[in-house]
Design a binder for this molecule. Structure first.
Ligand code: ATP
Ligand code: ZN
Length: 296
């Protein structure tokens, strides 16, 4: 059978979470220190550990069939490849809800900025020249793009640019460099992508199975198993409080006529407020347990 290769970031912001997600989805790898290839032990799925910037191209060229990378990098590299091959594509299968960041346009605190039109004829430093080019084109603005691979935020104080477009998650770096965000070019998070090429039936089935498992892991992370005792007369009220619970299981309690046990899988986050409401509705012995896996 053909093996599937999954590319993830070797080290950096997405590395640990990506590996952990795949392992929690049941993939086991023969880890090799320093090497960039880990052989899949229990399924025909191997891991490639690379720089995140290389992942989109590996997928577009079908060297890897799956990859986890930030949407910012995926879109930037796709735009770059499309300069030579306009028909190149990349398919996002699932957003993964980590690696959240925003690509922001920022100007020096002291600089005058009323609208994006003020950028006309200015120099913009960024590591994402193609995303920035697209953004400027959409706003019909002519500006010079200065591509830098790092330390973008110091470009204005060095005098090499008038504004920057850079990734921001908290804004601390911008403030430290006396820059203020004035517009948002893109929102991003890590996502699972696949190669555009159609694969054989077995590989397609395997990808489908992995996708289901990863979705199950994501759902389980939010879900809780809730057990409680409740007055039989207030069951409807109590069921309505349980967040995202479909049909709870109701069990008789030995020797108690008017109280029952309620068990439910809550697929949305369970907060303290929910527990307090349950108590007010007459619930007791409320237990909230983690859910490890879900196969819907
Ligand atoms: P590599 O060595 O793999 O090229 P890198 O330095 O390009 O690594 P990281 O800094 O590890 O990349 O960031 C990887 C991804 O994490 C980014 O492309 C982005 O999608 C996401 N990310 C989340 N928050 C931030 C942030 N505050 N700054 C930069 N990237 C962030
Ligand atoms: Zn990178």
């Amino acid at each position: 059978m053909n093996r599937i290769q999954i590319a993830i970031q070797k080290s950096g912001r997405l590395a640990d979470k990506s590996l952990s997600l795949l392992e929690r989805s049941g993939l086991q790898f023969a880890r090799s220190k320093d090497k960039l290839f880990w052989f899949g032990r229990n399924l025909p799925v191997d891991l490639l550990l690379v720089r995140d910037d290389d992942i989109p191209r590996l997928l577009i060229e079908n060297v890897c069939q799956l990859g986890i990378v930030g949407e910012n990098v995926a879109e930037e590299k796709l735009l770059e490849v499309q300069q030579q091959r306009p028909d190149a594509t990349l398919e996002s299968l699932l957003r993964l809800d980590y690696g959240h960041c925003r690509l922001k346009l920022a100007v020096p605190e002291a600089a005058r900025f009323e609208s994006i039109n003020d950028l006309s004829g200015r120099r913009l430093a960024t590591s994402y020249p193609w995303l920035v080019r697209r953004y400027l084109d959409q706003h019909d603005i002519q500006a010079d793009i200065v591509t830098l691979n790092g330390a973008v935020e110091i470009a204005p104080s060095l005098g090499t640019a008038d504004a920057i477009v850079d990734l921001v998650s908290t804004g601390t770096t911008l403030r430290a460099n006396h820059l203020r965000p004035v517009a948002e070019v893109m929102q991003s998070q890590a996502a699972l992508y696949r190669c555009p090429a159609a694969l054989g039936t077995e590989s397609e089935e395997l990808i489908g199975k992995l996708l289901t498992r990863i979705q199950g892991v994501q759902q389980a992370a939010e879900s809780k198993y809730v057990m409680l005792h409740a007055p039989r007369s207030r069951l409807a009220e109590i069921s309505a409080i349980l967040p995202g619970a479909e049909s709870p299981t109701i069990l008789d309690l030995e020797g108690q006529e008017d109280r029952v046990a309620v068990h439910a899988v809550c697929t949305e986050q369970v907060f303290w407020e929910h527990l307090e409401e349950l108590k007010e509705a007459g619930a007791s012995a409320v237990l909230v347990l983690p859910v490890e896996k879900i196969l819907a």
